[in-house]
Design a protein around this ligand. Sequence first.
Ligand code: FES
Length: 550
Amino acid sequence: MAVTLTINGSTMQAMAGASLFEYAEQMGVAVPTSCRKLGKCKECLVEVAEGLDCLSEPAPEEHHLKGGFRLSCRTQVIAREGEVRCHTMRRGRMRIERRAIGLPAGGGAVPLDPAVTRDGDRILIDGVEVDRSRGPIHGIAMDLGTTTIVLRLINLETGETVADASFENPQRFAGSDIMARIAYDTEHRGKLLARTLAGYLSHAIEEFPADPKTIYEMVVVGNSTMRDLFFWRNVYTIGQNPYQSITEIEVAEGKRTTTSLETTGRRCLLPIHPKARVYGAPIIGGHVGADAAACMLAVNVAQEERLVAVMDIGTNTELIVGNRRRILAASCPAGPAFEGGAIACGMSALDGAIEEVALDSTGGFRVSVIGGGAPQGICGSGLVALMSELLRTGRMNAMGRFEDDGQRITLDARHGIYFLESDVNELAQAKGANVAGLHVVAGNYGVDFDGFDVFYLAGGFGRHLNVEAARRIGLIPNLPDAKIVQVGNAAIEGASIALLSQSKRRELETLVTRVEHCRLETHPRFFDFFVEGCQFKPVESLHQVAGCSN
Ligand code: FES
């Protein structure tokens, strides 16, 4: 008798007594660690999707973990039979991505004037010597998402992207959304969220094909909470009305002139050069953070004549509408559903994720998987494609109900991938929040959706999303193809631009002060728009919103 144990899609028969970490080693699954299984580093996280009752009770070292999260070195298999399915924090494939297609500020138009320069063997930051070396000069751009983190290593002398990495945010053990993280950080001592993240970032940086000590600057973007947690700031105030970061409060009180933050590599506990500057880009206001600011830089809204809209879909969706004359921005608390969170077989758009789904004439599913291996779950673009296909073939109605009275649709029986009617509810609510945000921001700007000259669709899955499917289910406005530009991760593009160009960084600092922050939670019709947006049907402008204001 044995337990059937699956870790990251690999399966073996496990006998009682050994730890999940030891079984992972036998399967060749890499588990992050800095303490060699002593229960000290808290990095060997696994998320148990099935079979918690086959495992030992949480050890004292695990009492900080919520939900199905466990430390694999502290968790033994104790049952004699059963099934356990778990995974480490998932990672993306190391790949070199060129700049996002369709971005006006991309494609080599960015002036190469980084803050880190060389004078012979002297390495300077803002003209001040920090090192002596004839080796290369690197920088890192980082998009710190609630669910997924993206790092890009850039040669600061050539502007070339050397490598990138992406992985699930290990802070998920404290809850999937921003409010849960704020509550956790407030209730627990010891900055566990920041420390755990630093461990994961250190491993990712050490795996880059460059000496970490050649990394002299890092630009960090993320929503206000993620950014401030990274900088070891207290985030309590962001969770309380009027939802402001401490930096925003201090600017209002005249104690500082910018919401941007600076520290050093040493203080961040990262293995980069100890004197490296770590720059947290400025936030816009409330939950509208440095990621939204970075998106604005990437789409070059400061110089834009046309009216552009940006929808950066994530656990917190950023919305921007504007041009060089006026810019509005908002943040929608959509939740993690479109990043695979709160979905039974959901996962981030990383290796092993089903990213495209089609229903053939026999009712069978054809899927494509990121990385080409066996499917481990479904990511946002796969979920959008799946719901669109179910709608198109009449297997799901506009209210999100399955028409055959079942509550579960199996995509891949062999790998245990299925989709539940309750998943549709999660996705409907995420969609409802995004669409309601769009109605409010467009309404406050005084335009219909037809008034957008360009609609930039951004986000971890934005580039791979099937636009027709997104329109059919009502995730994006019902605009013609010619107006919709998929730009992938615009936030990492913006962070890269700020890393490579001091003039662009200054532009960013000015730009955020010009943006009107649109507070969705105070809008009287937000709930009506939300209910409308929860339905799976094309999204048209609600003309009566034009001209309304907060
Ligand atoms: S390996 Fe360090 S806590 Fe498990």
